[in-house]
Every structure is written in structure tokens, then in C-alpha cells.
Write a new protein. Structure first.
Length: 132
């Protein structure tokens, strides 16, 4: 089917993971392809060569996010009681450091298992360094 024939739906996107209940809500997960370091002030919180970048489209195009595997964490985070749900990614559990919420991780739905156990960080409170 040609893109012009998709009046009420998003055109096919290679590698997209779609919400089965709403195919217009989808994400593409790609390897970051470089070293990613996350800092809280001067403290390095995570360091990884295995990060992924998530591009999500739903009611809008969301800001692309980096997700790092649990093994990338360099300090212990405190799990908060806060949990939210995304019909595409699953249940998000939130984490703090020094009393400030800084990250979340998904217990992903089966079709989005690629994000299971990966952490993302609030960009406005953290410094994200890409590359060496």
C-alpha cells in the first residue's frame, strides 16, 4: 500500500513496535551506537556502550529518549512508590537519587520486551553525554 493510501493511519515504519490496540501509537528502538554517560551534577550515574534511542509517536511525536541497561548504573538508585502505565511500553517504575526523582524503567509488555530493564533519565535534571 502506498503512503498516500494511508489516510487514517501512520504509514508503515521499518522496525516499528506498535500498540496492538492503536497501531498509530508506535515506537522505533535503535542502538545509540556510541558511549552514553549520565551525570547527576558531577556524579556519573550510568555509563554504557549498549544504550538504545527510542523514538515514539502517539498523540504527538515525543522527545527521543535514551535508555540504558541496568548494568550501566554506577550508583544505587532508590525505587519510588510511583508507577505509571503506557499501553505501548508497559508499567514504568520511578527511581530517585539523593531524594530527587531522576529515572524510570519499564516492566515492558511482551511486544515491547526490548525495553525491559532499561533505564531512562529526566533530561532537565541530568547531564547526558554522548560519545567519548
Amino acid at each position: 500500500m502506498a503512503e498516500s493510501e494511508w489516510p487514517d493511519a501512520v504509514a508503515p515504519v521499518e522496525g516499528a513496535i506498535r500498540n496492538p490496540a492503536n497501531p498509530n501509537h508506535f515506537m522505533v528502538v535503535q542502538p545509540a551506537g556510541r558511549r552514553i554517560r549520565i551525570f547527576f551534577g558531577d556524579l556519573m550515574v550510568a555509563d554504557s556502550m549498549d544504550a538504545v534511542r527510542v523514538i515514539e509517536i502517539g498523540r504527538k511525536a515525543y522527545e527521543p529518549r535514551l535508555y540504558l541497561p541496568k548494568e550501566a548504573l554506577t550508583v544505587p538508585l532508590v525505587q519510588l512508590d510511583k508507577v505509571t502505565h503506557c499501553p505501548l511500553k508497559g508499567d514504568a517504575h520511578y527511581f530517585s537519587l539523593e531524594g530527587q526523582e531522576i529515572a524510570w524503567a519499564y516492566r515492558s509488555l511482551d511486544f515491547a520486551a526490548v525495553l525491559d530493564g532499561f533505564y531512562s533519565f529526566w533530561g532537565d535534571t541530568m547531564r547526558i553525554v554522548e560519545g567519548e
